[in-house]
Design a protein around this ligand. Sequence first.
Ligand code: FAD
Length: 424
Amino acid sequence: MNQTWQDILIDQSRNISIPFQGWNYAYNYDTKYFSNINKKRYKKNYEYQSEPKYLKNELLELETLNQNTSLNITRKNNPKIAIIGCGPIGMAASLWLRKAYPNLDISIYEKRINLKNNKMKPFTRRWLTFLKLDLLEPILDHKDILILRKIGLKNYLGVDIRNLEYILLRAINKKGINICPLTKDILQAKMIIDASGGKFIRHTQSEIKEKFFINRVIPKNINNYGQKLSKNKKFNQIEIVNYGSIIKPFYNGLPLQIPYLKINYLPPKIKQDFIYFSNKLNNDYGIYYWDGVMRDDLNHSLLFLSLFQDEFNSIDDQINSPIRLDQAWNNDRFKSNISDRLYTIFEWLLSKLEKEKMCYLEPLFLWEPFFCLRKKMYINGDIKYLNIGDSHYIGNPKVGNGLSNHLQELKNVFSEATFSDIDI
Ligand SMILES: Cc1cc2nc3c(=O)[nH]c(=O)nc-3n(C[C@H](O)[C@H](O)[C@H](O)COP(=O)(O)OP(=O)(O)OC[C@H]3O[C@@H](n4cnc5c(N)ncnc54)[C@H](O)[C@@H]3O)c2cc1C
């Protein structure tokens, strides 16, 4: 039977297997770092103060296009479809919808808008992506595709999430899709698509409806990123708590949580040495050293370090925006607060890096995954509601099972579905 795109999205949401891959990874490799941090934190800013100097060729070409891409806002009443959130998934969904329904009235509503100058704040996050180009090719502008083909390896897109967001924005501008400040207008829409990264609707998590266990799946092969398998039998089952509309993996009676430190712009050539040093000499396994998928002369790597709770508490308030490692190291307070483990790792990295190719510490991140079921649902009486992207589930950035699968889902749905105007 032919299904509408909304039915397919709802049907697929019963499948827990993709978010489970991220939870399972944590149970296989990060059990030492399970934590329970619950404190008010400073607001974090992901903007880099200056461009890493060695960006060149096509990456600079993209940067010039980014600087000239309009971030202007329109004000639009009565959209038929209101997409909440102008992140990668909200933008990609708007483009797939526009392709399926060329005349449909779609507006994206974003909260990162400066109402004084009517402009959206620029995209800032720079985490590397691991995305097949064909996930996005049908919805992007041809000029950007040509540049991306020169940058990525093996048909991967390669570039970081900031470049991806600007590329999607250029496609949106070209298709005339409006970006608007969040106002009560959305309440006149026929449908709301929540792509807010899980921020638009807060689901109640007081009443537990059900608890169940899923067996941990142990990988057959060794891990290429430097992590060591947890052998502890205590972690052979993952406890899952269902609150009705939101499901969370638990550990020791609390939601699963791991603090991560992300180090950006590392050179790929030191990966094997780092893994050897970190595992054999430093003897702690919270590392994940991942080489990007860009042409050799443009490529860089990122390092995810899982942190112990004390390590998190000692530096969290000192990294409020990306900072060069050598600058952080010059700060006595930073240096004296870090654990012996971090001290050894940072000292090793500094001994290997050239000053003009320095890596950056990004603000710490508390990974606390959830899975939010989709169902036939209405808000404010009769507005249809659907959640996509990180509003559907939070993947594990260490295995990239978020963004890539969110985009894959959109591509599958919009390739398989039947489209009729009465669907909306
Ligand atoms: C620290 C960290 C590191 C990560 N590292 C990687 C990585 O290395 N590689 C990778 O591929 N993925 C990584 N991810 C995951 C990736 O960032 C997400 O999967 C992706 O951003 C999800 O896209 P989204 O569009 O669903 O949500 P988001 O990117 O979160 O976008 C949501 C948008 O909605 C807006 N918004 C929020 N609330 C509202 C509201 N109430 N009203 C209107 N607008 C609103 C926000 O301002 C934002 O623009 C990482 C995530 C985190 C947190």
